[in-house]
Design a protein around this ligand. Structure first.
Ligand code: T1G
Length: 694
C-alpha cells in the first residue's frame, strides 16, 4: 500500500498519509507527498489542499531511523515539500494525535492548522540533540513570538490543542477530521489565503532582547552541558533579527552543526533504548495485562506516601495501611500537603488534586479484600517484610499481585513467605516516588509473566519509565551505584577534596556529585545499608571506613547540617572537620596523597559503572545495555545527552574501562576486577554492546 494517497473531494485535494506506526516523514512519505501536491497544484478544479493522516497520529516528525542513515537529504527533501506547500494553493493541516518535529514544521508551511481537541503539537528535536531543522525555529517564532518559541522548542514539550490555539500555533479546534476539516477547507478556499507564516512579522516586533540572555542562563542551569538548547536559542534570537531567508540559512547551519554530534548519537540511542526497555523477551505477546483498579499500600513513610499519590493520580483507588495510627495520620497529612503543593504550583488543577486525594483512604489489612495489587513500602528489614507478605497473602484475593518497594533485599525470600510466589515482584520506586520517572521492576526466580506484564503496563499508566531487573543485591541501579560512591571515598583517601570530586561529576552532567549525594541520603543510612554488604565482602576486598568514622563523629549529612559539607541557610560549604576525619583515615591506613587530573577522577568515578553494568548483563540481571542506560538516566540523573553509562562506556572504549578495572581489581579487591564479558569483547575487538548481543 502506498504510504500517501490522494483524493479530490469536490474542489478540495485531500492528501492522506498512511505510514504506521507514527506516519514519520520517511523518504517514501515525502515522495508520496510530493506527487500528491504536484497533482493538486496542477488540477484547475482544486481550490484548496487538506493534509491529514490515518492511524493513531499526525506526522510525528522525520523518520529517526532514516535520519541515522542521512536519508533526510535524499530528494524530495522536506524543504522541497514545504516549498510546494508555501507557494502552492491554500493548504490546511488537519492534526490528530501529535504533530511533532518535521510533522509540525510541515504544518507550519500550510496556510492553516486545525486540530482535534485532544491533539498536541511540538518540536521535540532537542530530545534528540538536534533542533527543528526545517524552519521550525523561524516559523514558530514568527507565528507565536520568541517567548512561546523558546518555551516550546527548548523544552521539547507537547503543547495541548487548547493551549496551541491560544498561542496561535493552530487556527481552530475541530470535532472530527473528515467533515469538519473539509468544511473548514471549503470556507478557507473561498477566502484570500493568509500570508505564509515565514513572511509574518507581527510577533517579532518590539522584542525585549533580554529574554534570550535569561533563556541562556536557564538552559545552562537546567540542561547541564547539553548543546542543542543553546543552538535553539540562537536560532530564535536570529529569527527576530534576520530576513526569513537569512534566518532559515542560519537555522540550517546550526542544525548541521548538531547533526551527527556525539550528543545527537547518544540521544538517538536513548530514544530507542527507552522504547526497547518496555519490551520483555519471552513474555507471551497475547498476555493481557491485568488492569489495576484498586490497590493497597503498606507503610506511610516517605516512599509509601509518594506511591499512594502516584497510584491515585492514575485513577486507582488506594487503601493506605500502617499499623501505627499516628504514623498513618501524619502520612495522610503529608499526602494532603503534596496535593496542596501541586495544585498551588499548577502541576494539577485543584479539582484533579481533590479527586485524587479522595481516592486515598486509610485502612487495615481487613480492607484489602478487593485489591488487584499491593505495594509494600515498609522499612528495609527482611523479617518485617516477610511478616507483612504472609499477612497480605491471607488478606488479599489470590489473584492480587504483591509488590515490594525494597531497594536491595532478596525478592525470593520475600516471595517465599507467601503461597503465590509467582505473583510477587519487586517494584522499586525512586524518591520522591510521585516525581522520579524510573520504576525498577524486579523479577524473582518464581515471578510469573502475569505479574511482570501487569506491572509493565501499570508503569505506563503511572507515567513511569519501567526497567525490568533480575534479583540480586541492589538490582540494576544500586548494585552499580556502590562502585561510583565507593570510588569517591577511595579518591578522598588519596586527598582529593569532596568538593573537587563533586565538581567533576557535576561538570560531567550529574545533578549532584557522589559525596553530596551521600550527605543527602544520610551517611548513617548508607552505613546501615552497607553493614549487611560488608559481611559478604570477598577475601582481600575492603571498603573505605570514612563513612563509619563520619557517623562516629556525629556527621550524618544534610539531616543534621553536617556531613562531608556544612549546610547553613540552604548553602553547602567545605567542612574542615570532615577533611580532618578523612585525613585521619588515610594516615591510619597509610594511604599516600596522590594528584589526579579531572579526567582521571571522571574515569575513576564512571568507568566502574560500565564494568559492573557488563557484569549485570552477563549475570542476566539486565536484559540490554540500553535498559541500564534508561535506569541510570531516569533513576540517578545520569546525563541523557551522554546516552547513559553503558553508551558512554562504549564511546570511551571498552579497553579503557577494562584496563582501569584491572588496576582497581589489584588495588581494591575481586569485585572491582574486569567483567569477563568486557575482557572477551576487548580481546575480540567488539566495540558495541549490540555487537555483543546486548
Ligand atoms: N521515526 C521513526 N520511528 C519512530 C518515530 C520517528 N519519528 N517516532 C516513533 N517511532 C517508533 C518508535 O520507535 C516505536 O517503534 C513506535 O514508533 C511507537 O512509538 C526535520 C529532524 C509520536 C509521541 O522526536 O515522541 O523531525 O518500538 O512507542 O508512546 O526538524 O513516538 O514499536 O518498534 O514512542 O505512542 C522529531 C518522536 C524527529 C517524535 C508516540 N520527532 N516520537 O508515542 O509510541 S526529528 C520526534 C515520539 C525531526 C526535523 C527533525 C513518540 C510519539 P517500536 P512509541 P507512543
Amino acid at each position: 500500500m502506498n504510504s500517501v494517497s490522494y483524493q479530490a473531494i469536490g474542489e478540495i485535494g485531500v492528501i492522506t498519509v498512511h505510514y504506521p506506526p507514527v506516519n514519520a516523514l520517511s523518504l517514501a512519505v515525502r515522495t508520496g507527498l510530493g506527487e500528491s501536491l504536484a497533482r493538486a497544484n496542477a488540477d484547475p478544479d482544486i481550490k484548496a489542499i487538506l493534509i491529514r493522516c490515518d492511524g493513531k497520529t499526525f506526522i510525528a516528525g522525520a523518520d529517526i531511523k532514516e535520519l541515522q542513515k542521512g536519508w533526510h537529504l535524499k530528494n524530495p527533501t522536506l524543504g522541497e515539500i514545504q516549498a510546494m506547500l508555501e507557494t502552492g494553493k491554500p493548504s490546511i493541516a488537519a492534526i490528530h494525535g501529535t504533530a511533532l518535529g518535521g510533522g509540525y514544521e510541515l504544518a507550519l508551511t500550510c496556510h492553516a492548522r486545525i486540530a482535534l481537541n485532544d491533539a498536541a503539537i511540538g518540536l521535540p528535536e532537542v530530545k534528540l540533540g538536534l533542533l527543528p531543522g526545517a524552519g521550525g525555529t523561524q516559523r514558530l517564532t514568527r507565528l507565536c513570538g520568541p517567548a512561546a518559541a523558546l518555551d516550546i522548542i527548548v523544552s521539547g514539550r507537547q503543547v495541548p490543542a487548547s493551549e496551541a490555539l491560544q498561542l496561535g500555533a493552530i487556527d481552530a479546534i475541530v470535532t472530527d477530521l473528515d467533515e469538519a476539516a473539509l468544511t473548514f477547507a471549503r470556507d478557507f478556499a473561498a477566502r484570500p489565503a493568509p500570508a505564509p507564516v515565514i513572511a509574518r512579522n507581527e510577533a517579532i516586533a518590539g522584542i525585549d532582547p533580554d529574554i534570550f540572555a535569561a533563556a541562556r542562563k536557564q538552559a545552562a542551569r537546567k540542561s547541564r552541558g547539553a548543546e542543542a538548547p543553546l543552538a535553539i536559542i540562537a536560532c530564535i534570537e536570529q529569527a527576530c533579527e534576520l530576513t526569513p531567508a537569512e534566518g532559515l540559512r542560519f537555522e540550517r547551519a546550526e542544525f548541521d552543526g548538531l547533526f551527527g554530534s556525539d550528543q545527537h548519537k547518544a540521544l538517538t540511542h536513548y530514544f530507542f533504548a527507552e522504547r526497547e526497555a518496555r519490551k520483555i523477551p519471552g513474555l507471551p505477546g497475547e498476555l493481557a495485562a491485568v488492569r489495576i483498579e484498586r490497590a493497597g499500600v503498606i507503610g506511610t513513610g516517605t516512599m509509601g506516601r509518594g506511591i499512594a499519590v502516584v497510584l491515585a493520580n492514575a485513577g486507582i483507588e488506594v487503601r493506605l495501611v500502617d499499623t501505627n495510627s499516628d504514623a498513618a495520620r501524619l502520612g495522610m497529612e503529608a499526602i494532603k500537603g503534596i496535593y496542596d503543593g501541586s495544585a498551588a504550583r499548577g502541576i494539577q488543577t485543584r479539582d484533579a488534586a481533590d479527586a485524587a486525594l479522595k481516592r486515598i483512604k486509610l485502612g487495615g489489612y481487613e480492607d484489602l479484600g478487593e485489591v488487584d495489587l499491593v505495594v509494600e513500602a515498609a522499612p528495609e528489614i527482611m523479617e518485617l517484610k516477610r511478616t507483612i507478605f504472609a499477612r497480605l497473602d491471607a488478606s488479599t484475593p489470590p489473584r492480587a499481585i504483591l509488590a515490594t518497594n525494597t531497594s536491595s533485599l532478596d525478592i525470593d525470600s520475600i516471595a517465599a513467605a507467601t503461597a503465590r510466589p509467582e505473583r510477587v515482584i519487586g517494584a522499586h520506586f525512586f524518591s520522591p516516588a510521585h516525581i522520579m520517572k524510573l520504576l525498577e521492576l524486579v523479577r524473582g526466580t518464581t515471578t510469573g509473566p502475569e505479574a511482570i506484564a501487569a506491572m509493565m503496563s501499570l508503569a505506563a499508566r503511572l507515567g513511569k519509565t519501567p526497567v525490568l531487573a533480575g534479583n540480586c543485591d541492589g538490582f540494576i541501579g544500586n548494585r552499580m551505584l556502590q562502585y561510583y560512591t565507593g570510588q569517591s571515598e577511595f579518591l578522598m583517601e588519596h586527598g582529593i577534596a569532596p568538593e573537587r570530586i563533586d565538581a567533576v561529576a557535576e561538570r560531567f552532567g550529574m545533578p549532584m556529585g557522589p559525596v553530596a549525594l551521600r550527605d543527602l541520603a544520610g551517611i548513617d543510612v548508607s552505613v546501615l545499608v552497607r553493614k549487611e554488604r560488608m559481611k559478604t565482602l570477598p577475601e582481600g576486598e575492603r571498603m573505605s571506613p570514612i563513612l563509619e568514622r563520619m557517623v562516629e563523629a556525629g556527621r550524618f549529612g544534610r539531616k543534621n547540617g553536617k556531613g562531608f559539607y556544612r549546610y547553613e541557610g540552604g548553602e553547602r560549604s567545605p567542612a574542615p572537620q570532615a577533611a580532618a576525619i578523612i585525613a585521619g583515615v588515610a594516615s591510619d591506613l597509610g594511604i599516600p596523597a596522590r594528584e589526579f587530573s579531572d579526567e582521571e577522577i571522571r574515569d575513576r568515578l564512571f568507568m566502574p559503572l560500565v564494568n559492573e553494568g557488563a557484569k549485570e548483563l552477563e549475570d542476566g540481571i539486565a536484559i540490554r545495555a540500553g535498559d541500564i542506560d534508561v535506569a541510570w538516566v531516569n533513576g540517578y540523573g545520569f546525563p541523557r545527552w551522554r546516552g547513559g553509562p553503558m553508551f558512554w562506556g562504549q564511546s570511551v572504549g571498552f579497553d579503557k574501562v577494562a584496563g582501569l578495572a584491572l588496576e582497581f581489581g589489584e588495588r581494591y579487591g575481586p569485585r572491582w576486577r574486569p567483567a569477563p564479558l568486557l575482557e572477551t569483547m576487548v580481546r575480540d575487538g567488539v566495540t558495541t554492546w549490540r555487537e555483543a548481543g546486548y
